[in-house]
Design a protein. Structure first.
Lengths: 582, 366
């Protein structure tokens, strides 16, 4: 609107307006006054004060908010190490120039980078620097009283007036009672009643901003003390919540082992159901894990189910179902027919139809046909639904036609070298493949219950009936989540209050006019231009008018029907009113 | 697994209902197209009348400035006891006192008739489209918000619904009609051509009552933000038109004919502010509901997933807009640009993130 050229007279009028409203319009909000950026006086304190004032000004807060939203963008477009480490590595490999530059700028971990932190810390300092004085001011306003009526009520956005026979004192009393009844804070100041309503707006505004600070602190607290671990469990196996049991574990900087909630559970059964027909055939429909869990060392066993959207809650920890797959049960016998290995081997799914791969490692106890110590390794590929022929991918995620393909090796698994290796991969550098009768690598498709014999009496491997499933559980603990949620709820209500509630003032002035008749003037002022302020003023005026009914116009205003004799109409009005009230 | 297969069969897609839904959506598009032509006719016939209220208000008053309010003292002489005192309303200092335009029909009777036909057709199309969304939901026995196609058809239904509700409440929103229906047709066109996905069950991650809460509020917010964005764009045009008039310029005849019929820039600005402000707390709630759901589904309530990030960016952008309106030097046009940027963020969060970025919010059929 600043573009509107105002004529000289217009601005002059506005200026006088502002002077008129000065006290009355003050403190209708605790919003800080926008002062022009003027150069500070020299000296450290001067500069500090200037800096503080700038930081807590609305303009800078707005800029910081804009910066925050701009700063959040790269994190959504560039792979982030927090969510997908492998994507970051792939990106760095692909972009030899941009990779290191991005890394330097912290673009692979935007939300914990120095510059992003700087923006939100400055923003929150600015916010706190704004909230604290405003809260004090608001407390002051609550303890004080609404400011008295301005000299010229006609200047206010909504105004009305009438003449009445009632005494000014009576009118003021009636107005005070009416405004109090309407839950205005009202008091008589001089010749007028001053009233104000809608303090919840400012309260909501402050509550909202305080809630934001609470949410930020709760989030930061959660990041510092959080822990998150993964554990793959085959049906029938158990887990107890200690650090050593996890497959992998991440934690915040201030996390300590004692923070882990003591509990344990056993996976009874995993069930997955899938769409069996139509274009989305194979799309998962339901995943569900039945577990027995107990809290503490000697807790009672309880049965429950964990689903994708329904984690198990124990203390501050939540146990999520995050992945699943198959674990064929394998039995390996040595040359003498003794069982040297019998276990369910979890395999890693590769696609949505759960084509899986993995490795079976027989580390010790095995002796070959000559009675020599040796190690066995099998490269496994598993198709829950084998399509027949040479197909190497599963056709459907459920176990309709399961086939296990095994490649047999012997030699040194390399597990004794002390170098950690994946349980799903076979390190074949020191392994030799078993050869079949044609001199080819020994490889066979097994159906449940079938056995593959190793050549030259080296033993056998059996794919047992009763394929087990495994489920991956993520155990997370994020303290402060309750505080964040509380802050969020307060923020919503505060925001709604600050946006939907109008804060407004009403003044009712009643004075005796020159001719002895009372002149009532009412005016309303809202913080923002709103149609509701005049509407409400009209309502209030209507009620008050009934209690202090209109008097005839002064003698000089001769627009009415024949001027009545001074007394009769008044008495008429009074009797009429009196009759009505009976 | 056989038991599971049986339950699947029971919850299987009802093909007939799904086909009915498709037919209804196409029918709604046809009726919307008719409504579109009726709105066009309203604008064309409306151009016959030359009201020029804005021009009159801004040129005649060029030297007047803020006039003193007419204080009409109500004297209830004699028996006129029932007459209430009249409230005199005074525009805030500095505001341009420009009357609202008469609407698309421009006071022309035939234009008005076409406008009424257009609204009737819009109501009809809305009902048909609503039926389409409902049958789609019934065909899969779940909330119809599982993929972008369903999201799009629900989105336009809600946007038109909000518009009709505002009309029913006798708010001055009739001028929105043409712009709204144009984009509704666009939205539905994209839905049936690019985004169409056969109706189907949901992946396990979407099996949660939070789907109803989180996604429905997200759609409602988008629809309402959209209405505000249309109003904001029109505000920018109308404002520069008024500025030109006020500074003695002479806008082109098309601009005059078109913009004269819209509400005043102050009214447009106020409408977009109210609508944005009204729905902002709901948007906040949408994000928080999403965070609670994420806490249940993914093990953390906030993880900077692209969709989360863009919801946050959108939220901050709207917060900027609301703050800007209360900040000296940012009111008016600058704030309006911020509102448009914020809506662009919302749009990107929907289309951009789903199609180009991905992340954990991508489910069946984009």
């Amino acid at each position: 609107m600043s573009a509107t050229p105002n004529t000289a007279s217009g601005t002059a009028a506005e200026r006088s307006d502002d002077q008129d409203l000065g006290a009355a319009g003050s403190q209708l909000s605790t919003a800080p006054q926008e002062d022009a950026p003027n150069l500070p006086t020299m000296g450290v304190i001067g500069w500090a004060r200037w800096f503080w004032r700038q930081l807590t000004s609305m303009r800078v807060a707005l800029l910081l908010l804009l910066l925050l939203s701009l700063g959040a963008i790269p994190g959504s477009l560039i792979p982030q190490s927090g969510t997908d480490e492998t994507k970051v590595a792939a990106f760095q490999q692909k972009h030899s120039f941009l990779g290191p530059v991005y890394d330097k700028l912290g673009l692979f971990h935007v939300y914990s980078s120095v510059w992003f932190s700087a923006i939100y810390i400055l923003l929150f300092v600015s916010l706190i620097g704004c909230i604290v004085p405003r809260s004090w001011q608001f407390v002051g306003q609550l303890r004080g009283r609404p400011p008295g009526a301005p000299r010229r009520l006609t200047r206010l956005p909504a105004y009305t007036t009438w003449r009445t026979e009632a005494e000014p004192g009576q009118v003021r009393e009636a107005a005070l009672a009416l405004l109090n009844k309407r839950r205005f804070r009202a008091h008589v100041a001089g010749d007028a009643v001053a009233a104000e309503k809608g303090y919840l707006r400012e309260f909501g505004n402050l509550a909202f901003h305080i809630a934001l600070v609470v949410m930020l602190v709760a989030f930061a607290w959660g990041q510092l003390f959080k822990s998150e671990g993964n554990k793959l469990i085959v049906e029938g196996d158990g887990f107890s919540n200690t650090l050593t049991q996890y497959d992998d574990f991440k934690s915040g900087t201030l996390f300590s082992q004692d923070d882990l909630d003591p509990f344990s559970f056993t996976l009874d059964d995993f069930t997955g159901t899938y769409e069996t027909s139509g274009p989305n055939k194979g799309t998962p429909r339901r995943y569900q894990a039945t577990v027995d869990y107990s809290i503490g060392a000697y807790g009672k066993d309880q049965k429950t189910t964990v689903k994708v959207n329904e984690p198990l809650r124990v203390g501050d920890s939540k146990v999520y179902l995050t992945a699943h797959g198959y674990a064929p049960v394998i039995t390996v016998r040595d040359g003498k027919g003794d069982v040297v290995f019998h276990d369910a081997v979890p395999l890693l799914p590769l696609d949505s139809n759960v084509t899986s791969t993995g490795a079976i490692k027989v580390m010790d106890g095995y002796r070959d046909a000559k009675g020599q110590k040796d190690q066995l390794g099998f490269q496994a590929a598993f198709l829950p639904t084998y399509g027949g022929g040479t197909s190497v991918v599963s056709q459907f995620p459920a176990l309709t036609n399961p086939v296990l393909n095994l490649e047999a090796y012997h030699g040194d698994l390399g597990v004794n070298a002390g170098i950690p290796q994946s349980v799903y991969q076979l390190n074949k550098t020191n392994m030799k493949g078993f050869k079949d009768s044609k001199g080819q690598q020994l490889r066979k498709n097994l159906r449940p219950g079938e056995t593959m014999d190793l050549p030259n009496g080296a033993g056998s491997v059996t794919f047992d009936k009763g394929i087990k499933e495994w489920a991956n559980f993520q155990v997370t603990r994020q303290p402060g989540a309750g505080w964040a949620l509380g802050g969020a709820v307060v923020a919503i209500f505060g925001l709604a209050a600050s946006l939907f509630i109008q804060r407004r003032r009403v003044w009712v002035r009643a004075v005796e006019g020159a001719d002895g008749v009372t002149v009532v003037e009412m005016a309303g002022l809202g913080r923002s231009e709103s149609a509701k302020v005049p509407q409400e003023l009209g309502d209030l005026a209507g009620i008050l008018y009934d209690q202090a009914p209109g008097a005839p116009a002064p003698e000089d205003a001769s627009d009415d029907t024949p001027t009545p004799t001074p007394d009769t109409p008044d008495s008429e009005v009074v009797t009429a009113e009196g009759a009505e009230t009976k | 697994m056989t038991l599971a297969a049986a339950t699947d069969l029971a919850a299987a897609t009802n093909e007939n209902l799904a086909n009915l839904s498709n037919t209804l959506i196409y029918s709604a598009m046809a009726v919307y197209t008719l409504a579109f032509f009726a709105y066009i006719s309203e604008w064309i016939f409306g151009s016959r009348s030359k009201t020029g209220r804005t021009a009159a208000a801004l040129t005649a008053k060029a030297g007047g400035g803020a006039k003193a309010p007419e204080v009409t003292a109500k004297n209830a002489g004699g028996t006129a006891v029932l007459e209430r005192p009249k409230v005199v309303v005074r525009a805030a200092a500095g505001a341009r006192d420009v009357p609202d335009g008469p609407g698309a029909h421009g006071g022309d009777e035939q234009g008005d008739l076409y406008g009424r036909i257009a609204i009737s057709l819009t109501v009809l199309a809305f009902l048909i489209e609503f039926g389409g969304v409902l049958t789609r939901a019934l065909s899969v026995r779940r909330a119809p918000w599982g993929n972008m196609y369903e999201f799009n058809i629900t989105f336009s239904t809600v946007a038109v619904g909000v518009y009709l509700v505002l009309l029913a409440l006798r708010k001055n929103v009739r001028w929105l009609g043409l712009f709204l229906i144009t984009t509704v047709l666009l939205d539905l066109g994209i839905a049936v051509t690019v985004l169409y996905t056969a109706s189907d069950q949901l992946v396990p991650a979407l099996h949660s009552y939070w789907l109803y809460i989180h996604v429905s509020t997200a759609i409602l917010c988008g629809a309402v933000f959209y209405l505000a964005a249309v109003s904001t764009i029109l505000y920018l045009f109308k404002d520069s038109y008024e500025n030109k008039l006020a500074s003695g310029g002479k806008p082109g005849s098309f601009a005059t004919s078109f913009l004269e019929r819209l509400p005043s820039s102050a009214s447009l600005d106020k409408f977009s502010y109210r609508v944005n402000a009204a729905v902002f707390p709901l948007w906040t709630f949408t994000i928080i509901a999403g965070a609670i759901w994420a806490g249940d589904a993914w093990g953390r309530y906030w993880g900077w997933d692209p969709k989360e990030t863009w919801a946050f960016i959108t939220w901050v952008a709207y917060a900027c807009y609301l703050h800007a309106r209360a900040t000296a030097g940012w009111k008016g046009r600058k704030a309006a640009y911020l509102a448009l940027i914020a809506f662009a963020c919302w749009l990107f969060n929907y289309y951009g993130v789903n199609i180009f970025v991905g992340g954990m919010h991508s489910y069946a059929g984009v």
